[in-house]
Design a protein around this ligand. Structure first.
Ligand code: XMP
Length: 514
């Protein structure tokens, strides 16, 4: 296994991701935890020093343990990791000045020395890389050679081949270093990794870690039917079986047949213990007459926590709460917490629950990205159509029914949504679209059907492409598709006589209507 010593870079997890893509097993450990003794015990086959925000010029700045250099294994230092390696081994680092700091795109060209680290590099003379440093190496350590330079970093790539120590000033793990993966590939090949580690192996390791953490204690999980909580539940169930109980809160704002499908799948197909909390009356009752979007969201969020707590209290001796937190959620909550950002929408989640209930967290997906979670879900036997499902927001159809919610409107909305999604699937477009749904509008319009006048609701179709939900563009359906879908909805769904298509991108729009 490979060890990543984390010095606090924002992109350390991307190193792990690149390595997983190369089918190499790695673990990230914060530098504080990596002592000489621990390291010898861990016995990595290779080590990566991550980047970090500190300056090696500062007394007391983070260091790797000295033993790292004595293990005889290859080391790759990145950015701060390069500077720390150079300083530790007898080179010199200079504090950043404006003239030498580099942020963003830069180009590295080859130097005289060659190395297997750079196999496949410089085919076109130079490589684009992503730099982000204030300090820089002023003098390389004895035994090192320069393999590549950039205008702002004369020691952009350095190596001591005899010891297999490599150090680069840029970030090969980020998207903006397009050939960075090749560099990692060369590094792990030199370290002797076969690249035979798989999601199946990850599953086994994750299961072992969960068992280790949870022991014989009980775990509860708020199952939403979304991919993240589903995969988390399936994984934890594999680890601790019936020590896990899931609570599926049915707030009456779900899609057509959704509650039954989710409960049946987990209960019957996957054999999990699932409590189906039928609280539709409670939620819809409290939402009656409420039209303001934020008030709706707050009511749903508060009730959700109350209901979950009520059911969880019935499970004797639960000590852990399982959550399907993904790596991007971890980053977002770190980099945005306390920031001056405006609340656009108060997102619905169960954050705050664990402290309130005195529960400890199990978050087995914390280091994974969405596509990796999907791969793990497939590995665990969750059906493909389930894993590939579009995201669905916690407040459910409440935010697709602008203004006051009524049961009548929810029923109409469910039917229209089902027809729309059926159309999208039939045309083979489902997987191209990030998210698609119908919103029912709080207006009635006049129409004519047969020989009669109608006075029914209008609805809006929404479909967007996106990579992370932060920005989005509307999906360019053909006019034929839109026409056919409108006809079907109006013919098949009583209560709707007009269909519109929402062509707003995000920003300025949001994906959901509220
Ligand atoms: P917006 O509407 O803010 O949505 O552009 C971005 C993404 O987040 C989803 N969404 C939510 N997900 N709880 C969730 O779990 C929420 O309260 C919530 N609100 C929006 C939305 O469906 C889209 O994928």
């Amino acid at each position: 296994r490979l060890l990543i010593i984390d010095f606090g870079s924002q992109v350390t997890q991307l190193i792990a991701r690149r390595l997983r893509e190369l089918n190499v097993y790695c673990e990230i450990h914060p530098y504080q935890a990596v002592t000489d003794e621990w390291l010898r015990d861990f016995a990595p086959r290779a080590i990566v020093f991550s980047g970090g925000p500190d300056s090696v010029m500062r007394d007391g700045s983070p260091r790797p343990p000295k033993a790292a250099y004595d293990l005889g294994v290859p080391i790759l230092g990145i950015c701060y990791g390069q500077q720390v390696m150079m300083q530790d081994l007898g080179g010199r680092v200079e504090a950043g000045e404006q003239a030498t700091a580099e942020f963003g795109r830069a180009y590295v060209t080859p130097a005289a020395a060659k190395s297997a680290l750079l196999a496949g590099w410089f085919a076109e003379g130079r490589e684009q890389v992503w730099m982000s440093h204030g300090d820089h190496v002023a003098e390389i350590a004895p035994g090192f050679e320069v393999l590549g330079t950039s205008p702002g970093a004369p020691f952009a790539i350095t190596a001591d081949e005899s010891r297999r120590f490599y150090a680069v000033q840029f970030h090969p793990e980020v998207h903006h270093t397009p050939n960075g993966k090749r560099l990692y590939q060369n590094f792990v090949r030199m370290a002797g990794f076969q690249g035979d580690w798989t999601m199946g192996a990850y599953r086994e390791e994750a299961v072992a870690r969960i068992r280790d953490q949870v022991g014989d204690k009980k775990v509860i999980c708020a199952l939403s039917g979304g991919v993240d909580s589903s995969v988390a539940a399936a994984l934890i169930h594999e680890a601790v079986g019936d020590q896990l109980t899931c609570v599926f809160v049915d707030h009456g704002l779900l899609r057509l047949n959704e509650a039954d499908e989710v409960v049946a799948m987990f209960r019957d197909h996957m054999n999990l213990q699932v409590i189906h909390a039928q609280e539709q009356e409670l939620f819809l009752g409290q939402l009656e007459g409420v039209g303001d979007p934020e008030t709706k969201r707050k009511i749903i969020g508060r009730l959700f926590i109350e209901v979950f707590q009520k059911y969880a209290d019935r499970i004797d001796g639960a000590e852990y709460l399982a959550q399907g937190t993904l790596y991007p959620d971890v980053i977002e909550s770190v980099s945005f917490s306390g920031g001056p950002s405006v609340t656009i929408k108060s997102h619905h989640n169960v954050g705050g629950l664990p402290e309130k209930m005195g529960l400890k967290l199990v978050e087995p997906l914390r280091e994974l990205f969405k596509d990796e979670v999907r791969a793990l879900g497939r590995e665990l036997g969750l059906p493909d159509h389930f894993i590939g499902r579009h995201p669905f927001p916690g407040p459910g159809l409440a935010i697709r029914c602008p203004g006051e919610i009524t049961r009548e409107k929810l029923d109409i909305l469910r039917k229209a949504d089902a027809v729309y999604i059926d159309q999208i699937r039939k045309h083979g477009l489902y997987d191209e679209i990030w998210q698609a749904f119908v919103a029912i509008l709080p207006v009635r319009t006049v129409g004519v059907m047969g020989d009669g006048r109608t006075y029914d609701y209008a609805c809006a179709l929404r479909a967007v492409t996106s990579v992370d939900g932060m920005t989005a563009d509307y999906y360019p359906f053909s006019h034929e598709f839109l026409g056919e879908t409108a006809t079907r909805i109006i013919n098949e769904v009583k209560g709707i006589n007009r269909v519109t298509y929402d062509v707003t991108s995000k920003p300025p729009g949001t994906i959901e209507w509220e």
